[in-house]
Write a protein that binds this ligand. Structure first.
Ligand code: HEC
Ligand code: HEC
Length: 396
């Protein structure tokens, strides 16, 4: 088990005890619980969610402690097209396991045919995100985020809007197998299907999507042969002051924007990496200016969350709008210090955007060095994750 620093221990323990008290497991773990109780509780949570020893515990809202029953129900719902108003789409239609839970499209299409403006996001280790979606500072839990694809009417994804919700939930209430799954997941509330039950179960399933068995993880865990020589060079460039990648995508989670149980507050992080500069003042295409869409602060144009780079070789195309096709082009983008678009509606020189992060400076790099960073990014592919039967469409 990972030994936490002495100073970090109290917050983590308090969070864990709260969680287990609510979960109703770990009987001996009360407010006066001992270190041994905490260790047992931590081990139970690690086993339930499949969290490897080299990861901290994620921060989990105490109103939705994970259980095996909620995860099982959430998994069924995730793959079930009955969870969309017209029965045409499930969460899994935009989040495919074999692609690290993206869909391979530039931007996906919702159940009624609306094309979305943003690229689908990978779901590996989403339990640890400090904020959700490409650019929101107000979606701090999976529970809040999942309501959007489920319930929103603009744009429509699954389209379970107010007018059709009872009808959609009745499909599950009338199915004896689902009735039992809901009963097992929420034994304290034997009533019908509610938005909260659906969302809590889906969030619990998403929290169980842990990727920690890539060659990079084996390297972190001390296996000196896990990475090739080229990948080790790529890792040192990634973590060096010339390429600067680690400032925004560092640590074992490969993002600065994380929240684990040792942090009382989520580490929010948003950056402009110079993809656009349509007016010379740093603007992005008018239909999606990143964090600015929420804050209306002009300095927030082009601010997006640095995503985790886990399974990144599987999740092309890249960036919030899928506008970069390959990993090599991504690294070349950073080497150039931004993107020059010579023509088209969004022409402009991102390299001189006044709003891009000071860390996107551009740098000299040989072809071999760029290849090495790409090879390192490929070491993030976790086949245990993409083939884990526990994450797949459950058999009937
Ligand atoms: C039509 C395609 C589509 C469907 C259906 C869909 N998603 Fe997504 N998902 C996306 C896109 C696109 C984003 C990024 C949204 C944004 O940034 O505004 C996303 C983001 C997410 C995120 C945030 C990940 C992160 O790192 O912040 C989670 C979690 C998620 N989806 C889970 C789900 C679940 C659960 C369902 C089913 C209830 C679902 N999605 C249905 C396309 C979809
Ligand atoms: C200043 C912070 C910052 C630095 C430095 C940085 N990135 Fe990023 N990275 C981001 C942000 C923010 C995004 C998302 C931008 C967007 O979609 O508009 C991103 C996106 C990416 C993506 C696409 C992710 C996806 O899921 O589509 C890859 C790959 C990537 N970065 C790799 C790198 C590499 C390699 C380096 C070093 C050469 C690097 N980044 C340096 C902030 C940074």
């Amino acid at each position: 088990m990972t030994r936490r620093q002495q100073t970090e221990r109290p917050a983590a323990c308090a969070a864990l005890f709260a969680l287990l008290a609510l979960a109703g497991c770990g009987d001996s773990a009360g407010p006066e619980g001992t270190d041994t109780d905490a260790d047992t509780a931590e081990q139970e949570l690690r086993t339930l969610l499949g969290i490897p020893d080299h990861f901290e515990l994620p921060s989990i809202p105490d109103y939705n402690p994970p259980t095996a029953e909620k995860i099982a129900l959430g998994r069924r719902l995730f793959y079930d097209r009955q969870l969309s108003a017209n029965g045409e789409q499930s969460c899994a239609d935009c989040h495919h396991q074999e692609l690290g839970f993206v869909d391979g499209e530039k931007t996906p299409t919702g159940s009624t045919g609306t094309v979305l403006v943003r690229n689908s996001m990978a779901l590996a280790n989403v339990a640890y995100n400090s904020s959700y979606t490409w650019a929101s500072d107000n979606l701090l839990t999976l529970e809040d985020q999942i309501k959007i694809p489920l319930l929103s009417d603009s744009p429509i994804e699954l389209g379970v809007t107010d007018g059709v919700r009872d009808e959609v939930f009745a499909r599950f209430e009338q199915d004896p197998e689902y009735a039992q799954l809901f009963q097992d997941a929420f034994p304290e509330d034997p009533g019908g299907v509610t938005t909260n039950k659906v969302v809590f179960a889906l969030a619990s399933f998403c929290r169980s999507l842990i990727s920690g068995d890539s060659p990079y993880d084996h390297h972190v865990a001390g296996d000196k042969t896990a990475l090739t020589e080229q990948q080790r060079l790529g890792l040192s460039l990634f973590n060096g002051e010339r390429f600067e990648c680690f400032h925004c995508h560092g640590g074992v989670l490969l993002t600065k924007a994380y929240h684990d149980a040792n942090r009382l507050e989520p580490q929010l992080a948003f950056f402009n990496n110079g993809l656009y500069n349509v007016d010379g003042e740093g603007s992005y295409p008018p239909y999606d200016q990143g964090l600015y869409e929420l804050t209306l602060n002009p300095d927030h144009r082009g601010l997006f969350r640095p995503p985790s780079l886990r399974n990144i070789a599987l999740t092309a195309p890249y960036m919030h709008d899928g506008s970069i096709a390959t990993l090599r082009e991504v690294v070349e983008h950073y080497a150039a210090g931004g993107r020059l678009l010579e023509d088209g509606p969004f022409a402009g020189d991102g390299r001189v955007s006044p709003l891009k992060s000071g860390l996107i400076r551009g740098f000299e790099a040989t072809d071999e060095e760029i290849d090495a960073v790409v090879a390192f990014l490929e070491a993030m592919t976790d086949e245990t994750f993409t083939t884990n039967p526990a994450y797949a469409d459950p058999p009937d």
